[in-house]
Design a protein around this ligand. Sequence first.
Ligand code: SF4
Length: 174
Amino acid sequence: MKTESFSDFEEARITGVKVNYYFICKRKLWLFSKGLAFESSSEKVALGKLLHEIVYPASKKKEVLINNLIRIDVVSRKTIRETKYSSKMEEADRWQVYYYLFYLEKLGIKREGEIAYPKEKRVERIKLTDEIREELKEILKEIEEIVALPKPPEVEKQSYCKACAYYDFCFSED
Ligand code: SF4
């Protein structure tokens, strides 16, 4: 299995955003993995960060970039945090944080996670279980397979397509 060992993770260079996009749209994951523009997604990330700074100004969080791949907010010795602008993509957010915890675990670092939704004044706690670990291994394998496809998966219209940075690319008439 390609993603069984940590060295394989290194090879695959799977970021948390790719795990997030896997749950949002496989085509989006492929387009993003090829480095195609994603302006509006960046804006959402930036908005999330800005909200985080406004709502948690006194927090002792420290942003850490691990292996030039995973960027994590460390808020305490026990906890990492991901801040999101809205909870519309809650499942994708949750798996992104599971992945961070899994990745850290592979480095011998045990942590718990939380997802902050400052606009909703809500924090969701995230913990790895054996079941999640097994599912995650399958998900990472599938991500590798999707990214390796010679062309993007077909368009599958979603309710949130209009808010996607790739909307014009997916739905132009040409
Ligand atoms: S516009 Fe829709 S189908 Fe196209 S990449 Fe975005 S979410 Fe996927």
